[in-house]
Design a protein around this ligand. Structure first.
Ligand code: ZN
Length: 230
């Protein structure tokens, strides 16, 4: 199994090291956490890093040129996470900076989108994309897929009230499906409410398997390897 999105630098190492996962993609959210993600990736063969700036990381902005240097490191497999929370001018500027960085380097971009699909569709003219922690509707999912983007499901998919998301997850083309934990956040059922760790990606996988009626472990790993070049 591959956890295609987690924040390992926020979890004690003993809680995720030697967990048997094939790979973990550790997402940076600002300059500082991107540096931490790279450090962990350089130390552990099954850890990969992303470098970018999340909307919430804006307050901690340092020298943006540092990010370009980071993306050149061999274990950096994507730009992000980045995206839109409120759609403010400043957020859009920052999002565009991340997108340009992805285009310049040819890396995929990891996108955080909370109810801002229209703006994301407007701004993001790029085809290598992971829509992380996807909670959109069927129409939004189909537009993402039409653009070649990958749809990544995390713990929210397993929550009792997420029936509609599971219905959307059933319809995603097999070759665009990814699984993730976003750990330490959003622990899935049946461990909801605890500190999440990458190994819990198995619960997301189980949920998807149930919903789709077919095991998607191999295909989601293949998809992650293809998108991130693992
Ligand atoms: Zn995240």
């Amino acid at each position: 199994m591959i956890d295609s999105h987690c924040h390992l630098y926020e979890i004690p190492e003993e809680e995720w090291v030697d967990n048997g996962l094939e790979a973990m993609v550790c997402a940076g959210a600002d300059v500082e956490t991107s540096e931490k993600a790279i450090e962990l990736a350089e130390k552990h063969p099954n850890v990969y890093a992303t470098a970018g700036i999340h909307p919430e990381g804006m307050g901690k902005l340092r020298d943006l040129s540092a990010l370009l240097e980071m993306t050149k490191k061999p274990k950096v497999v994507a730009v992000g996470e980045c995206g839109l929370d409120t759609g403010s001018e400043a957020e859009i500027e920052l999002f565009k900076f991340n997108i340009n960085l992805a285009k310049e380097t040819g890396l995929p971009v990891v996108v955080h989108c909370r109810n801002m699909f229209d703006r994301v569709f407007e701004v993001l003219n790029y085809d290598k994309v992971q829509m992380h922690c996807f909670t959109g509707n069927e129409e939004e999912m189909r537009e993402c897929v039409r653009r070649g983007w990958y749809i990544s499901f995390g713990g929210i998919l397993t929550f009792k009230k997420s029936e509609y998301s599971r219905e959307v997850a059933r319809l995603v083309p097999e070759d665009k499906l990814l699984i993730e934990t976003d750990s330490p956040y959003l622990a899935p059922e049946p461990v909801r409410g605890t500190r999440n760790t990458p190994v819990n990606v198995k619960y997301v996988l189980d949920c998807l398997t149930k919903v789709r009626g077919t095991r998607v472990e191999q295909i989601t790993s293949e998809n992650a390897r293809r998108l991130f070049g693992l």
